[in-house]
Write a protein that binds this ligand. Sequence first.
Ligand code: B1M
Length: 210
Amino acid sequence: MSQIQTVADAVAAGKTKLVGGLVQEALDGGCDAGELLNAMIDAMGLVGERFKKNEIFVPEMLIAAKAMKKGVEVLKPHLAGDNTTMYGKMIIGTVSGDLHDIGKNLVAMMIESAGFEVIDLGVDVSVSKFMEAIEANPDVKIVGLSALLTTTMPSLKETVAALNEAPFRSNIKVMVGGAPITQEFADEIGADAYTPDAASAAQKAKELAA
Ligand code: B1M
């Protein structure tokens, strides 16, 4: 079995204690960091499929998520860029009611690597918390919102609506993403940009801040 497949299997099986070491071994063995990340993302997709089929339950999903985080910690220095902050500040968070943060964390990591200072508000972020953070950082250029559940798409809509009415709206760009989000939905709710993954989010952020 390839080292990449071993890492993916360990993530899917929630082997939190092993994943970091396996990722390091794979890197030492010459595996590409981007390929390892994609394999881990696919493994989480598999975990989601198993959950949907009732083959596994929330605790197993949670353990797989922890395993993925361990792997990403080891990968991070290999994916990160030069860490300059030439593009300015970005605020990011997962919207109210939603606890998923792996995708949001990857987006934050890639955007930071692309040259932004990223203020990560975490998960289950209320509209007022986004507002307070933007008011405390008037030089922020981009606000990124992540949503992973169809049931939190209304939270995303509500957050974008509040931002669209705020006095600072013309100074910021609003980016949205997450598995159930589409370009059509982003347009409908009045976001400035939608991207399907972390790499394209980083590219779009640079374009928006330029
Ligand atoms: Co949940 N969960 N979960 N879960 N979970 C999903 C999302 C689900 C699709 C699984 C399934 O049924 N197949 C399903 C949602 C169904 C739906 O809404 N249609 C689901 C469900 C139902 C639930 C609960 C309701 C389960 C329950 O309690 N009965 C519950 C809800 C809790 C809550 O949030 N209130 C729940 C809980 C959890 C855990 C806490 C156990 C855990 C999350 C732990 C954590 O994040 N710290 C979890 C997990 C791990 C998943 C799956 C398996 C994996 C998510 C993930 O990390 N993917 C997921 C199944 C799946 O995704 N296929 C599932 C990997 C990650 C890299 O991808 O997050 O999509 P993703 O991010 C991508 C892009 O979407 C994009 O870029 C990222 C990187 O390329 N992106 C952006 C994300 N944000 C972006 C922002 C941007 C741009 C791009 O701009 C700002």
